[in-house]
Design a protein around this ligand. Structure first.
Ligand SMILES: [Mg+2]
Length: 344
């Protein structure tokens, strides 16, 4: 059922992800000490506005998230998971064209190709670039490489929104991540994020902690043939949940979960920040970017989850006004929400 609350959560998920991404992007490659040296002991807490663009720019994470959504929106009613994934693959090839206009192997069907502002390189991940240049679509059964980088998980929030059925969300998100990331943790983390987003918007969950707990217990069952890695991802989510209950400072807890360059760590850090600051969008995204690891990806994932859980009403005006392409993000979320009746 689509109601106003649901539209708010769809928009919150995509806009929130872009905000966390834009907040973390300027410090993606900085150490924690470097961030505190530049922004003060509380770290970065507000956008660094791009000097000539005059707005807060997001990175490849949000660009690719938009193309994930575009791929889903281009398939019609009744499409199978495989058909959805083929369309997402085509959309990623279109994204590659925005990064390299000379790249000619793209289908060119995504309406996003008309958005001139997307033709901008924002530190795109080498794994995504080389996998897509290769001209072969990676599959879970035929891994394209051994990468478990976070480039798979950081772009699949739209799968959690678009499919009401969590089983489909999980499956298509894992397939979409496996297009470029062949290690099980590269796509299991993506499946887990899609499930978390799905349960935030399409269930009557009583708390975010309950959603995470549910995800950790379901996860091993989805990946029978990769049980070792699924168990490992589940344990990391449980560790994130238990650390969120302690009274240690955010940064010390985050360090225990890793740096976020790889999929499972990025999801665990984002989940930790969301649980620690479960009623504050600001608290979660600020915590998620202030560490020495992949700040824009952990910020993007935390923003996706908090926006899906709390909705647009929880996102302050200071984040919205200077965010680049906010209308495109909102419109894309609305289109995913309108597409719900096709899939249900
Ligand atoms: Mg990035």
């Amino acid at each position: 059922m689509v109601d106003d609350t649901m539209v708010e959560r769809f928009e919150g998920c995509l806009v929130g992800g872009a905000i966390g991404d834009a907040l973390g992007y300027p410090v993606e490659f900085d150490s924690y000490e470097g961030i505190c040296g530049q922004f003060g002991q509380d770290g970065i807490r507000a956008y660094s506005i791009h000097p000539w663009a005059g707005c807060a720019q997001f990175s490849d994470d949000t660009q690719m998230t938009l193309f994930s959504a575009s791929g889903l929106l281009q398939v019609g009613a009744g499409a199978s998971d495989e058909e959805c994934n083929s369309s997402v693959y085509g959309a990623y090839l279109d994204w590659l064209h925005t990064q390299d206009r000379m790249f000619a192997g793209h289908p060119g069907t995504s309406p996003l190709l008309a958005e001139e502002q997307l033709y901008s390189r924002r530190a795109p991940g080498n794994t995504c670039l080389s996998a897509l240049y290769g001209g072969e679509m990676g599959l879970m059964e035929q891994p394209i490489n051994t990468s478990k980088g976070c480039g798979g998980v950081m772009r699949v929030a739209p799968m959690g929104l678009y499919f009401e059925d969590p089983t489909r969300a999980v499956h298509v998100a894992a397939m979409a991540a496996a297009i470029t990331h062949g290690h099980p943790l590269g796509y299991i983390s993506a499946a887990a994020l899609a499930y978390i987003v799905n349960r935030c918007v399409h269930s009557e969950a009583v708390s975010l902690a309950a959603v995470i707990d549910d995800c950790a217990s379901q996860l091993p069952g989805w990946f029978d043939s990769e049980r070792f890695y699924a168990d490992s991802m589940a344990r990391q989510l449980q560790l994130a949940a238990s650390l969120a209950e302690n009274d240690t400072c955010d940064h010390d807890d985050i360090v225990r979960l890793g740096e976020g360059w790889i999929g499972d760590e990025a999801l665990a850090i984002a989940v930790y920040c969301c649980l620690r600051h479960h009623d504050s969008f600001d608290g979660a995204v600020i915590a998620a970017v202030n560490h020495g690891g992949d700040s824009d990806s952990t910020g993007a994932i935390a923003g996706n989850i908090m926006g899906a859980w709390l909705g647009m009403a929880a996102i302050g005006q200071q984040w919205l006004e200077q965010l680049e392409l906010r209308e495109l993000l909102t419109r894309t979320a609305d289109e995913l929400c309108e597409a719900l009746h096709i899939n249900s």
